[in-house]
Ligand binder design. Structure first.
Ligand code: NCD
Ligand code: ZN
Length: 348
């Protein structure tokens, strides 16, 4: 374990976040502070499907940011469905400044009814246009129709097909949860990368269903075996630039989590950065933390370096998220029962 008490680094980027809309967005944006940029997912109840949708959503986020004095830059996505035409992709790239197109597995996660089941049949020409236009393919890698614990592994076959047919398409396998995915990305082409969430660095399936049912630890893809967790931590600390931060912070009200048919999603916006740092520290790999958080993802997405990059200063000091949680009504993810978090933003 390192003896770091204070660190200063370039502000981090979150390459996978759910900001929602309306009242929920107000709370979420208010609590989404330390990030320089955030790639915003499109799975709203009425999904973001076109350049126009993305621009409207971007405006809503900007308004919420102004209200709460928050200054991350939102990077936009659209959801790719079987009806996404070539024209939609071109316009999203040019008019909507959309960076990535996200594909969901139909019916497997929050607002995924427009998801895809059969990639070759439903998405062949769409993926060609994405490849041509440089739109990054962002994948929720689970295969519909397979047993829940096997879905991510089964999806790797689909992923192989995509890589084989679209060799220039940049692909991000989001929120990976298995040793199989870690191995696949490690040995994959330079066009393939993966995001790792903070919660998957702490949870196994036992933390969801091992004793009592823990709905606030329930997310998709669900946390898996201890050996998968170890593989994720080794990917995290490998210094391989094709693994980078994407929190998948996904808020749902308590009522929608603590019920029959509870929603999948873990809200980590206020604690994610601290949890990543703790994991790096626990693994004695603190020097990889900064590039994982602020360099590898930007490089993969081809984002230009920002000349006036601001710095963030963090101090090791325990604080408790419970009060914050009561105010916003959404359970905030921490790695321990008390709600203690160890790293604190001093200045940004
Ligand atoms: C996400 C959500 O709630 O929008 N939920 C989740 O469990 N990760 C959707 C998603 O990314 O699958
Ligand atoms: Zn997500």
């Amino acid at each position: 374990m390192s003896e770091f008490r204070e660190i200063t680094m370039a502000r981090p980027d979150d390459f996978h976040v759910h900001l929602r809309s309306g009242t929920m967005m107000q709370e979420v944006v208010r609590l989404t502070r330390p990030w320089r940029r955030a790639l915003v997912m499109p799975n709203l109840e009425k999904p973001i499907l076109t350049a126009e949708d993305a621009l409207r959503y971007h405006d809503e986020i900007e308004r919420a940011k102004r209200t709460h004095g928050v200054d991350f830059e939102p990077l936009m996505t659209i959801q790719i469905t079987k009806d996404t035409s070539s024209d939609i992709i071109h316009r999203a790239r040019i008019d909507g400044k959309v960076l990535a197109g996200k594909v969901y597995p139909r019916g497997l996660t929050t607002n995924s009814e427009f998801g895809v089941v059969d990639y070759p049949k439903e998405l062949y020409s769409t993926l060609l246009t994405m490849e041509e236009t440089g739109m990054v393919l962002s994948l929720h890698g689970e295969k519909p129709g397979t047993f829940s614990l096997d879905r991510e592994r089964a999806f790797l076959e689909t992923l192989s097909w995509i890589i084989e047919h679209f060799p220039r398409l940049k692909i991000v396998l989001e929120h990976i949860t298995t040793a199989a995915s870690v191995g696949f990305v490690m040995h994959g082409p330079p066009t393939l990368a993966a995001t790792i969430t903070p919660h998957h660095l702490y949870l196994t399936l036992d933390d969801v269903i091992g004793t009592t049912l823990r709905p606030h630890n329930f997310c998709k893809p669900i946390a898996k075996y201890p050996h998968d967790l170890r593989a994720l931590r080794s990917a995290l600390t490998s210094g391989n630039p094709r693994f980078f931060a994407g929190t998948d912070s996904a808020p749902h009200s308590r009522e929608r989590k603590e019920c029959d048919h509870g929603c999948a999603g873990i809200f980590s916006a206020p604690t994610a950065l601290s949890l990543y740092l703790d994991a790096f520290e626990e693994e004695d790999a603190f020097l990889i933390a900064s590039p994982f958080l602020n360099e590898y993802g930007a490089r993969f997405y081809g984002l230009p370096p920002i000349p006036d990059q601001r710095w963030i200063q963090l101090q090791k000091k325990t604080w408790n998220v419970r009060e914050m949680e009561t105010r916003c009504g959404v359970k905030i993810f921490t790695a321990n029962e008390m709600g203690d978090v160890h790293w604190n933003v001093l200045a940004s």
